[in-house]
Design a protein around this ligand. Sequence first.
Ligand SMILES: *Cc1c(COP(=O)(O)O)cnc(C)c1O
Length: 366
Amino acid sequence: MQWKNQLTGMKPYQPGRSIDEVKKMFGLDEIVKLASNENPFGCSPKVREFMENLSINHAIYPDGYASALRLALANVVGVEEDQLLFGNGSDEIIMMISRALLQPGVNTVMATPTFPQYRHNAIIEGAEVREVPLIKGAHDLQEMALQIDESTAVVWLCSPNNPTGMLIEQHELEEFIQKVPKEVLIVLDEAYFEYITDSTYKNSIELIKDHENVIILRTFSKAYGLAGFRVGYAVAQKELIAKLDPVREPFNNAAISQGVALVALQDSSFIESCRIQNESGIKQLEKFAKEHQLHIYPTQGNFVLLEVKADSDLVFEGLLKKGFIIRSGNAIGTPGYIRVTIGTNDQNKEFLQKLADVLKDAEVLA
Ligand SMILES: *Cc1c(COP(=O)(O)O)cnc(C)c1O
């Protein structure tokens, strides 16, 4: 068969170990998964209510335009309905952008380490990937701008950046956007937008008013706690959305997912409470890091990248045996670190006790 050359040696996405798998492996009753930045508080209780009184006809195709969700979201975000594009998770929007703009002969610029799907999709499309190392966990926008040339089609920015959690500084971001030619699409992935507490952050939706080449990605998977429903969205000027829309599958959001997202959107107090609890969870982990002199990146997401001064895989295995699933830095380009989702207050407390035990076993802590 005539496979694309670039598929040679490509691996499918490796999901972390599932809760059921780990339970069986180690004979544990309870597992806490702090590996995928899912919301430890679940989702709005209004969603459960909605699910109990469902009246969707699943025999018919969903609304391919997601009209009800679109109208509500347009109001919440403060844009027109035709400035939104929905995806089966923002993952699908990353795929649509790649499919629409990337091909052999063009290049795409991104940070490293960052969210791996930008690179993965770019490779499938045969584009050249230009990766610019982070500086102290932050995007090196100066170098990224230098990497842009007449063959650059897309630049990916991730803020807060996964896996460091660091926000792109506001005036640096604005300066960068000014510098980038209008012919280059700037993707600003804000999957963790709802968790941001930094007072210098300015709502990025303002940026798209003046910039026809900026697209913002957000999702219902993280703070909204709806990862299983697969709803993400993009915001941009309407001309840009109209160019991308033909790439989208006709019925890419299930009816039930549209319904659930719409309900969740109405419960802003749930998001507010998650943001507050997340902030206090970050403080728990920061305190631990400080006490034990382990480096921790200043995060604006619902996860932290924490130094372990040991082989990350070893720490990962040790925690797994104790019932905690996290991400080893070896798997995400940050050896010597682990990425941990902020859990509930109790989960964080227990996690830190287990981590201390593992680090004692590894003779990192006395
Ligand atoms: C989790 C995540 C996504 C993907 O979210 P979905 O909407 O579930 O596809 C996108 N970008 C970043 C940076 C993420 O961490």
